[in-house]
Write a protein of this length. Structure first.
Length: 143
């Protein structure tokens, strides 16, 4: 089966101690490795203001994870654990591999088109043109 990549973002309560956030992250990491997934990266974005209120809160502690796995059950289990974790107020998992494949395909297509297309050569600048003198004023007729 093909390996898939997921982005997992979750928001904890802003008053949650750093140790509790670390505990949630450690739980998710251990669960993922037990099920055969790889945690590519974990980024703690810290306390940020949210765009809208969630559970009457204006701020939250954001954590971002990149997960690679071949089994979809891993994501279901991680989401289940986030759902029952007390400090977590919101989470979102997004599958990225389809989008990454599409971007790779577009990149290859652009490269092939660029290779077929002849490169335009820059022409040497033309010799400077002398400015045209303004028309002289007609002289008055002599009587």
């Amino acid at each position: 089966m093909e390996e898939r990549q997921y982005d997992l973002i979750f928001i904890c309560r802003p008053d949650t101690p750093e140790a509790d956030v670390d505990k949630v992250v450690a739980t998710l990491e251990s669960t993922a490795t037990e099920k055969g997934a790889k945690i590519e990266s974990v980024a703690k974005w810290g306390r940020k203001r949210m765009a809208y209120r969630v559970q009457k809160l204006h701020e939250g502690y954001f954590v971002y994870m990149v997960i690679k796995t071949t089994h979809g059950e891993v994501v279901k289990e991680l989401e289940r654990r986030l759902k029952v974790a007390d400090p977590v107020i919101k989470y979102l998992t997004v599958r990225l591999d389809e989008e990454l494949k599409r971007q790779e395909k577009l990149k290859r297509h652009r490269e092939r088109r660029a290779a077929r297309r002849p490169r335009k050569t820059v022409a040497a600048p033309a010799a400077p043109v002398a400015p045209i003198a303004p028309p002289s004023e007609p002289s008055a007729p002599t009587a």
